[in-house]
Design a protein around this ligand. Sequence first.
Ligand code: BES
Ligand code: MN
Ligand code: MN
Length: 453
Amino acid sequence: MPLESYLAQHRQRHLDELLDLLRIPSVSADPQHKADMRRAAEYLEGRFRELGFTSEIHDTPGHPLVLAERRVAGDAPTVLIYGHYDVQPADPLELWDRPPFEPRVEDGQIVARGASDDKGQVYAHIKGAEALLDQYPDAPLNLIFLVEGEEEVSSTNLAPFVTANKERLAADVVLISDGAMLGPDKPSLTYGLRGITYTEVQVRVADRDLHSGAYGGAVPNAINVLARMIAALHDDQGRVTVPGFYDKVQAISEQERAALAELPFDDEQFLGNVGVTASPGEEGYSLIERIWTRPTLDVNGIGGGFQGEGSKTVIAAKAMAKISCRLVSDQEPVEIFGLLRDHLLALAPEGVEVEVIHLNDGRPCVVSLDAPALVTAGDAVEAVWGKRPAFVRTGGSIPVVSTFQEVLNADVVMLDMGLETDRVHAPNEHFALDNYYRGIHTSAELLRRLASR
Ligand code: BES
Ligand code: MN
Ligand code: MN
């Protein structure tokens, strides 16, 4: 098998190149890393050039994106591979065993911020394309790589770019690896993503913090008020109480329900992996139904009052919370934001100032399981892994995917390479070396099959 021997010969270099990318601290949320963002984009642009792609960095009002193309004559199919080179902040740094941007391989794992999300997965496709073009230089396939630097800050500038360049980016298939397989040695294809709407709530009751003896009993307390408002956002059945919240939710079909119940998914192990013993949530749904197919509302952070050591007798004048909702089709993020805002304002007691700020959004999506590209992807996975992939959804979000569906009208294939246990967004993020190499192989194999389809 020509692909396999090529890959075997180039393993070390494929790893080294990824480690070089992982050394660049491309944290999109932190303005201090602006220059690193550009360095990461330049690194990728250089690698694409080496492969003979035309390769460009496009500036955006935020971080640059990299667009690389390999065009062939005639009417060959076009595959657009999307990924992101930006990563989440690495803090708290003290919880890492070694510095997050000094990647190393330990016990078969590549450990570094971004190893799994998403540098390792997107780089596997770059090396997959390299292998394909080395072994099949005439492969009748147009390839476009679009690698952005703002996914972790909700891709604000990417959708406008895709829309403005829709002829150039026109593709039959959009291929993405930015998610987790069903388990080790359980390859999967993801067919649904949740969306998100992210808000900040500020509560203000007085123009300064007050002595809790002198004022306690006479004035509202911003933290007490906010806590009551938050508590009112769920009922006893675990449902979100925001009026209209569920109106546009697509109920899962009996058929999908049966398929999800068949998946080898172990609730206890899933919870045990993260030290959790109870699993509260919306009544009437299994654990994966709740994560994958139902919308949720969670407080992501809360603040106010005295948080120092010891005690301080004070009534908080101000309190704040970050609240986000994960959404499912056909909920519209902006619409849900409006419903949540109105509900929070309605919950505010008299004499209390409440402000609800909209931070960012991402739309949910599902892809059709019958799309021919998905079938081809299943065959490619089987050829490499020796088993057919499971079809899964995820509770996470990739905001631009719905734009690819709508604007490019392409079939989206989400080929998972990571694992749920990769600690993405957390200290000691890692990516299994085996998954990296198999990911490269699967990518090459899939591109080969798409070329000859
Ligand atoms: N790769 C993740 C999305 C993901 C998470 C897929 C878990 C599969 C399993 C992506 O990088 C991510 O973190 N997305 C953010 C989007 C947000 C910042 C708008 C998310 O889901 O929180
Ligand atoms: Mn990601
Ligand atoms: Mn992420």
